[in-house]
Write a protein that binds this ligand. Structure first.
Ligand SMILES: C=CC1=C(C)c2cc3[nH]c(cc4nc(cc5[nH]c(cc1n2)c(C)c5CCC(=O)O)C(CCC(=O)O)=C4C)c(C)c3C=C
Ligand code: FES
Ligand code: FE2
Length: 361
């Protein structure tokens, strides 16, 4: 289960930010090795305060472990032929890192594994970075797992999986049910996803289109019961990012007289500072000042519909792989972005297409 991860405790915040700012797949900086530590150090107090405000750390590891355990219990029933199934967590910027994950798999003698991205929508800056890291750690000198020790397949995206869409629709309906019937279908459903720098969007990154696909599937499931928009949050730094921004959009709607808004975080499946701090504290305060009554759909976390969806995504993949109707990767992952200049992408994708085996002469 691959994801970015988050600091479970306050003392882990600095190392989390340091790894994040060192990642050239996420943020290519000039003089990265010198600038990354400086920016990470400067940003640490602010981010520590945010994690303190949400209870002293990111809940992502505990949610991921719970999701993994429940998903595998379901998988043992659904796919007895490949049982027992066991979840391993590989975070990009926080513990447990890819290295720890592979060491655990090695100790357990794992021979078959699915690299399962926990980002439903694919971006080269998120899932792509995690896969590049998997290549690096498993292929580096002394690394394990990248030379045929493990038969790998990849679940790189699942933006419109019916179970995922159902889980989002269920959480939205639960919030709408709290409104009086005469207001219920007037509430604006405001889907909010983490933004991307426009350089990445314009390189041809699939993320914005896949997020829009999730949103459209959820609205289809809801029978287009309400007006809706997709907006983008959490931009950092001076570069241009995909807009419109979530907070600006709420202010814009307020000016237009639209004062009932229900926020839906659509590109991350567990709670994290961007829901618990940015949306629930910062954005909510600004909205209230503008006279907007803001509600939020719960994150998917351990929603049973969502956990069943995770099991179904994997089960369907295992069956299709076993009967030969799919290979180790999706067709889509083989196609690099038209503007890609990152040699790591090519190397990782070729290795994954071989199911994690070395090149044979
Ligand atoms: C699908 C989700 C995410 C995308 C896409 C994404 C892209 C992206 N992020 C940054 C920079 C930062 N992100 C930070 C934290 C953070 N990012 C996401 C998700 C996505 N990011 C999450 C869930 C979190 C919080 C982790 C948690 O609490 O569990 C941070 C650190 C916080 C801060 O300093 O503000 C930075 C920096 C870029 C540049 C980027 C696209 C290239
Ligand atoms: S940046 Fe998208 S494939 Fe390299
Ligand atoms: Fe981010």
């Amino acid at each position: 289960m691959m994801n970015m991860g988050g600091p479970s405790t306050i003392p882990e915040v600095h190392d989390f930010l340091s790894r994040l700012f060192h990642d050239r797949d996420l943020i290519p900086l000039p003089f990265q090795r010198f600038l990354a530590p400086v920016i990470a150090k400067r940003r640490t107090p602010k981010i520590e305060a945010q994690y303190t405000a949400i209870g002293g750390g990111s809940p992502i590891l505990s949610w991921t472990r719970k999701q993994g355990a429940e998903m595998c219990a379901l998988l043992d029933e659904l796919n007895p032929a490949s049982a027992p199934h066991k979840p391993y967590v590989a975070f990009r910027y926080a513990s447990p890192l890819t290295e720890t994950c592979l060491n655990e798999m090695r100790a357990d003698g794992v021979k078959r594994a699915v690299a399962f991205s926990q980002y439903p929508q694919y971006s080269c800056s998120t899932t792509g970075s995690s896969l590049n890291e998997l290549w690096k750690v498993s292929n580096d000198q002394g690394g394990w797992g990248g030379n045929g020790e493990v038969e790998w397949s990849v679940l790189d995206r699942w933006p419109t999986h019916p179970g995922l869409v159902d889980a989002f629709a269920h959480n939205i309906r639960s919030v709408l049910a709290q409104y009086p019937p005469e207001k219920r279908n007037q509430v604006v459903i405001l889907f909010s996803a983490h933004s991307l720098p426009l350089e990445i969007v314009n390189r041809g990154d699939p993320y914005t289109a896949e997020v829009a696909a999730t949103v459209f599937s959820v609205m289809t499931k809801l029978g287009f019961s309400n007006p809706w928009r997709l907006t983008w949050q959490s931009q950092v730094g001076p570069r241009a990012w995909q807009g419109p921004q979530t907070s600006d959009s709420i202010q814009g709607f307020a000016k237009l007289g639209q004062k009932d808004i229900c926020l839906v975080p659509i590109a991350f499946t567990s709670d994290h500072i961007e829901t618990l701090y940015e949306l629930d504290i910062e954005v909510k305060e600004e909205a209230e000042k503008a006279g907007v009554h803001l509600t939020r759909a719960e994150s998917l976390n351990d929603n049973p519909i969502f956990v069943r969806a995770l099991a179904d995504v994997v089960s369907t993949h295992l069956n299709a792989y076993a009967d030969g109707s799919i290979g180790p990767t999706s067709k889509q992952i083989g196609l690099r972005c038209p503007g890609c200049t990152n040699p790591k992408c090519g190397r990782t994708k070729e290795w994954l297409a071989r199911g994690g085996k070395p090149v044979t002469a």
